[in-house]
Design a protein around this ligand. Sequence first.
Ligand code: C2O
Ligand code: CU
Ligand code: CU
Length: 565
Amino acid sequence: MNVFNESRRRFLMQTGLGIVGVSALPTLAHAMNGMGMGMGGSHNQHSDEMMMQKITPNKASPNFHPDVEFDLFCKPAAIPILDGSKTNLLQYSAHLIKGPKDTITNLPNSFLGDIIRLHKGQKVRIHLHNGLSQPTVTHWHGLHVPQIMDGHPMYSIDPGETLVYEFEVLNRASLNIYHPHQHGVTGKQVYFGLAGAIIVNDDEEAKLDLPAGEFEIPLVIQDKQFDRDNQFIYSTMMHSKMTGFVGDKILINGHPNFSLDVASRAYRLRVVNASTSRIYKLAWDDQMPVTVIGVDGGLLEQPEVKPYVMLAPGERLDIWADFSGRNEGTELTLKSLPFAGVLPKMGMRMHSGMIPVGSEYPICTIRVTKKVSETHKLPMQLSKFKHYEISDTANPNNPIPIGISEKPMSMLLNGSPYEFNKPLAFERVKVNSIQQIEIFHAHGEGGMKMDHDTKPNIHNQHDGGDEMKRGGMGGGMMDLSMAHPIHLHGQQFQIVSRSFSGDSTAYDTVREGFIDSGLKDVVLVMPMERVKIIKPFQDFKGLFVYHCHNLEHEDMGMMREYSVE
Ligand code: C2O
Ligand code: CU
Ligand code: CU
């Protein structure tokens, strides 16, 4: 790739999360002071170590005429979240330079990034200013943009630098996320506050006259741990990496104990799971079913009515919540219901903290404070989008594999940790092709499906197995299989099938909660489950990552990339 400047070769980042990382875990202070540049120590044995050359940050192009232009700052801030001391964190804030006034909406008193509202077809220019003391880069999760606008970790900028993004909004109406994608510290940067919502609107959606304005409510769900001085705790202990870090307080839009006052009418709830690893099973506490009108890639064709809905990190839900007919003073709770099977058994024990994953707890309270007669009817036909058949794909008989392998300290895809610009044979994809992809659990080398490529699995010889034994967790075979929310950059995909084999006792607690009829960019893959998807790779050549959106897994190297050629 000749975009690289040979003379400015440098180590841009190292994950440092292997064996060495366990005993020399970076503290936050470290991270804030430029993690990735100074881990030191011997990391030669790490195959996920990456050498990337510094790329001069992209500048505004004189030939690009934006309809919308804004600055996006990321910087340290101190925001009150709990009573008492403010919490030190990192924050995005946006300032409009050009475009409609409603492009940027401030979430009142929240540390979350401003809500950005775009329209399909708009040309957008964003100036990302790195006000952190470490490198970062921002990814527009869900948006279909060229490689150099996608926030690939290779475009990371140093403190004080500015990166210009220019793209046209090709997506249909949908709810997307912007968040950092700094390799090795994505989880940490998101956890410390860097995340925000991007809403895309289009004409198809506008015709539906869905609840809007004060009746369209974003609900960004996160979990955090606080110390006694109200500061965020982000543990990088081994088990937090393996299963993912979970907090003991649920925040909605940056607030604990969130409650919402509503009128007795229909609302549109735009829900994002921006937690680093926690999976939710959302349901109303009064037996009202959950009516879903959209997912990651926008509106469904028809609404789906479910007893509960699963929401994994990175996933979005568009929920139709009709409170009509309720009396003033009624309260109801959006909860996470009990479920099993997403964590390894060992992980379950370790997460027996305040709110274990899969336990029952409230997410937010809704209070009906105003009785109104006005009702909005749920449209039965919401949208139309292109459906692909397996026969439309370039590889009807040999799906591209995404093999999940789970070993202590080594959660991987296709047997390899992230390697920059080293696609396996089956990771090279023709531009403008439609591909069938199959995601499955490949336990150990034996189970690894390698019919397209014969790359030997040499990466796991020192994967921490000895460490585990020393840690007293016993040798032998450990069943580390767990659920992984797999995310693919670029265009949204269709879920063609899920197949499950084995004892379904745990699976039965979640299986009703998947919405597979819409366009997706994250799919939760349960243990013992195989998921087939169809994904278009249109318009843009280049490197596009796919990874687990359990951000601790992503940072461990559970990421690969497609080279679209
Ligand atoms: Cu939301 Cu590659 O990420
Ligand atoms: Cu993404
Ligand atoms: Cu994972």
